[in-house]
Write a protein of this length. Structure first.
Length: 263
C-alpha cells in the first residue's frame, strides 16, 4: 500500500518546478452554455503554482465542465483560459503538447483495458512526448512504485481493484510530467475501503507541492489538503476561502445550505 514516507518526490522532475505562488492556471470571464443551459457563468479563477484548490458544490453545478474546460475537452463560449501563460488552442499538435501540461484523473478510471498496467503508464510519454521506451519504462516503474502498485505492472486493468486502478490512473497522468493535476471526483466510484488509499496518494502529491484542482465530496480531504476551497453553485463560483473559514463560517446561504445537508 502507499507508504507516505517512502514516496519518491515527483515534482522536482515534473513541470511543477518554478516559482511557487505565481499564477499557473488562469480563467478569466469564462462562459459556457449547453444549448439554453448556462453552465459556467463568468468564471474567474486563478490557481497558483503549488496550490491545492478543492472545488465543491452540488451535483450539476458545473464542476466537471470547469475541469473539462481547463483541459480543452470542452470548448468555451467566451473568456480565456491560460496554463502557465499559454492559451490552449482549440485543436492540433499544439493542443496535444499543451494538454500534456494538464494531468486529468476522472471518476471512472479510463485505463486502456487491453494494455498492461505498465503500458498504460508508458504509452503517453512514448507517443505524445517521444520519450524512449526504456526511459518511459523506468520512469513508469518509479511512479507505479510510488502509488504502491509496482507489483501489478504486468497485469491488465480488470485484474486490479478499483483503488489500484485509480492509483494507476494517477501514475499515468504523472508520467506526462504535468504542471497541474485535475481530479474530478476521483474516489466517487470506489468502495469505501479503497477511498483512503487514493486520497493518501493525492495528499502526498499535495504535500510535495504539486499544483492541484480537486473536485471532491471528501470533506476530510478538503480540510486537510486544500489551500483554498471554491464553492460552486448553478455555474457560478459563489464563495472562495480557506478550508478553515469555509467549514466553520461559510458566508453564503448557498454554502451554508450545502454544508448543512452533508451532516
Ligand atoms: P457537476 O460536475 O457539478 O455535477 P456538470 O459540469 O457535469 O456538473 O454539469 C453542469 C450542467 O451541465 C448540468 O446541468 C448537466 O446536466 C449539464 N451538462 C453537462 N454536460 C452536458 C452535455 N454534454 N450536454 C448537455 N448538458 C450537459
Ligand atoms: Mg461532475
Amino acid at each position: 500500500d502507499a507508504n507516505e514516507t517512502s514516496l519518491t518526490p515527483v515534482t522536482a522532475r515534473s513541470g511543477t518546478a518554478g516559482t511557487p505562488g505565481e499564477p499557473l492556471v488562469v480563467l478569466s470571464d469564462v462562459n459556457k452554455h449547453f444549448g439554453e443551459l448556462h453552465v459556467l457563468k463568468d468564471i474567474n479563477l486563478t490557481v497558483s503554482r503549488g496550490e491545492v484548490v478543492v472545488v465543491i458544490g452540488p451535483s450539476g453545478s458545473g464542476k466537471s465542465t470547469l475541469c473539462r474546460a481547463i483541459n480543452r475537452l470542452e470548448p468555451i463560449d467566451s473568456g480565456t483560459i491560460t496554463i502557465d501563460g499559454s492559451h490552449l488552442p482549440e485543436e492540433g499538435k499544439e493542443l496535444a503538447r499543451l494538454r500534456a501540461d494538464v494531468g486529468m484523473v476522472f471518476q471512472s478510471f479510463n485505463l486502456f483495458a487491453h494494455k498492461s498496467i505498465l503500458e498504460n503508464v508508458t504509452l503517453g510519454p512514448i507517443k505524445a512526448k517521444g520519450v524512449r521506451s526504456a526511459d518511459a519504462k523506468k520512469r513508469a516503474m518509479e511512479l507505479l512504485d510510488r502509488v504502491g502498485v509496482a507489483n501489478q505492472a504486468g497485469k491488465h486493468p480488470a485484474q486490479l481493484s478499483g483503488g489500484q486502478q485509480q492509483r494507476v490512473a494517477i501514475a499515468r497522468a504523472l508520467a506526462m510530467q504535468p504542471k497541474v493535476m485535475l481530479f474530478d471526483e476521483p474516489t466517487s466510484a470506489l468502495d469505501p475501503e479503497m477511498i483512503t488509499e487514493v486520497l493518501d496518494v493525492m495528499t502526498a502529491l499535495a504535500k510535495e507541492g504539486m499544483t492541484m484542482v480537486v473536485v471532491t465530496h471528501e470533506m476530510g480531504f478538503a480540510r486537510k489538503a486544500a489551500d483554498r476551497v471554491v464553492f460552486m453553485d448553478a455555474g457560478q463560483i459563489v464563495e472562495e476561502s480557506t478550508p478553515e473559514e469555509f467549514f466553520t463560517n461559510p458566508k453564503s446561504h448557498r454554502a451554508q445550505d450545502f454544508l448543512s445537508k452533508l451532516l
